[in-house]
Every structure is written in C-alpha cells, then in structure tokens.
Ligand binder design. Sequence first.
Ligand code: 9YW
Length: 450
Amino acid sequence: REYRPPARLTSQLLAARAAYVLRGNDQGVMTSAAPRLYPHMWSWDAAFVAVGLARLSVPRAITEIDTLLGAQWGDGMIPHIVFSPDATGYFPGPDRWGCHLGDVALAPPFPATSGICQPPVHAIALQRIVEAARRQGRSDRQAAGDFLERAWRPLVAWHRWLAEARDPHGHGRVAVLHGWESGMDNSPRWDGPYSRVEVGPDLPPYTRKDTAVVTDATMRPSDREYDRYLWLIEEMRRVRYDAAAMYETVSFAVEDVLVSALLAVACDVLADLGEERQQPAADVADLRGWARRFRAGVAGSVDPVTGLARDRDLRTGEWLSTPTIAGFAPLLCGGLSRADEAALLAQFEGDAWCGHPDLVAAVPPSTSPAAADFRAREYWRGPQWPVIAWLFHWSFARRGWAERAAVLREEGLRLVGAGDFAEYYDPTTGEPLGSMQQSWTAAAVLDWLC
Ligand code: 9YW
C-alpha cells in the first residue's frame, strides 16, 4: 500500500498524451500493442486500437483493420499475432510458431502470424469506425463505406469459422485451445485445465523475453505456466494447425464464456451494419443465428448458485466456477431473464466486485478481490485492465444503460488519470503495472475523452 498516485491530468492533456502514445507505437500500417513488451500486432488489441484511432483519423483506423485482415487464414481464422517484419523482441516469435514456413496450408506466407486466435471484437471496431466517419466529412464517410464493403466477407468468414471450427457440436460456446486465445492468459479460470496439461519431455528449449522487459517477474505468468503455453504450441504444430485435429487433440480445450458472449454481440453488431448497408441477406441471417446460439450458450452456462456464467472444460466435461470477470459475460450479450440480469448487475456493482471497499476506482477487477485466488499485482489474477472496463462501458451503453456506462467511463478515467497508459493496474493502490504506453489503454482513453 505504499504507492501514492500522482495528480490527475486534465482531460485535454490526457487525450493529447493518449494520441501521442498511439502515434509513438505506430509502425506505419500496424500499431504495436506496446512499445517494448509487445512489438507486433495483436488481434483484439488491433480492434481496440482502431476504436481509438477512429477518433484521430478514420483512414488510419481503417488501415489498422485492413492490415489485420490481410493476415487472415484461408479458413477464416484471424490469427492472434501478426508479426511485424521490423521487430524481433518477442517470444514466441514466427519461427517458434512455424506457421509461415510452408507446411501450414491455411496460413498466409506473409505476413508471419501465430497459429491461434483471440476474442472476436473486430465488428465493434468496424461499427465505431462507421460511427466516427458519420461525424466527419464526405471523404471519411466514403472511406468507411468502402471499408465496410471490403471487410464484410472476411468478418463473416471469421465469425463462421468460430461457430463451426470452435463449436462443432453446437453447444453455443466457443472453445479456446490455449489460454492466450481467451486474451486472459493466466487467469485463475484456467488453473484447472492447465493443471491437466502434461508437458512432454521433448518440449524444445526456449528463453523468455517478457521478463527482461517487465523485470518484476511476479507481475507476469510463471515459468511453469510458460512451459505449458509452449507445450500447447508444440501440440498444435504437430498437427500443422489443422482446426479439426486441434479441437480433438490439444490438451487444453475449454469453452470460453466471455469469448462466446463477445461473438454473440459481434454477430449482432455486424448484422445491424449489414442490414443498414444492404449486405447479403443470407449472411445477415447466419449472423443472427449465431448471435442467438451463442447468447443461449452463455445463458446456459450460468451457475444457479452464484449467478455467474461459467467456462467448461471440454476434456473433463466439468464446469469451471472460479469467480473472474468472465462470469459477467451475460451482461455483454444479454439472454438472461430480467430478474437474473438485475441480480448479476447488482453483483457486478456490489462489494465483491466494482464496489469492493479496497478499490481505488470502481471498474471491474479481473478476479474478485473477495476471492481466495485474488492477487492484486499478478497480471490476469486480480489487476484492473482499462480495456476491459471500456468493453463493459461500451456494452452497457449499447444495451441502453447510459448511467451505468457513464460510471464506468468516469471510474476508468480515474484509474488511468495520471497518464501512464499502463497495461493493468493494482486495484487496491492504483499503481500502474506491466507495460506502460500500452496501445489499447490509450485507445480506450481516446474513445472516452474525444
Ligand atoms: C503475452 C497484447 C496482449 C493481449 C493479451 C494479454 C497479453 C501477450 O498481451 O498477452 O505474451 O503475454 O494477455 O490479452 O492481447 O496486449
């Protein structure tokens, strides 16, 4: 509790600094997720970055998503990392993934990519770009219209791939085959499934690079966790990233309730845009069908005792009920009865979550501060992530809960007010942690302030 937060910047200065961060991380046609720790493009970061960029330059926001879609795989998957040809400072890099080396049929030869995906928030970026363009002049509106035309098929293909390759039995929940696919790498949600991943004796040796940048190793996943992360990649490589084989064989396979909720929302957002802009009716019908299916899957995961949504381990069949922010997935996509939704909202705002008395800012921590698993400084095990606050803010606004959305914005700005644009924050002290000048943090702030 020693950290003493510096003074809050004015909104004007904070917005200017956020713009400066995105400018500084801009490599031309892609924005690094963070300057030193993550010198490449990450899939869901790119979508949030585009939301922020849309406030500065509609064409530049469009370029960001064009670059990402340029790396889409032949089956529709959008890879979780698009490697910058100009940067090397990240492990596992392209060679460890081995996707660009020729024997992975579906991967593009260039740019090099990873072989897994991340949460499908890209339709949100498209919608925000279209919306930002509406407030601009004719050329931006034209550019956004053309972009929608060109992004339509790739985005529908991406959602189709998630629905088919990652939910082949129609459970209404998307399977993730690596903790990284959830975007919440070492969340306690995954402790059970990871404990069942047995690292093979033939895991090729490796050297981490992240702990050279974030020198307080306790803020990052442990070496044991990394062994498992790398082992899963090994398993995927051995089946040449074939989606069906991966779903059957990779030793980590979990239905992710947050990703499922985001897919449901993203399908509706895209379908709304498609209807408005005369895209093919058959695509719109597919999107609506997936939205319904995944919304139902999310609602069906709710724990009758706690009211929180749950992930499900596909390898054991068991529901995973660790109380993390993912438990609030139904608030993003809807689908609960009014009473259940009201109870879940009360829980979100209550003293085990946003309203916990120890919190500096009332935005959702990644894990409940009231839970045994809570670690205030350990990555996805407790800290507050501004981008997650933004996501709930955006969803609440979309669902018509204007006052609640306004509170998340105000509290989110309190969290990031000193202008470090940290990756995550200690909820009990407000100390900025992980990487500074993180792009998606700056993007969230820009959207909030501009
Ligand atoms: C890593 C880039 C990414 C995010 C993830 C986050 C982290 C990468 O950084 O993962 O190597 O730890 O967990 O959600 O997209 O910001």
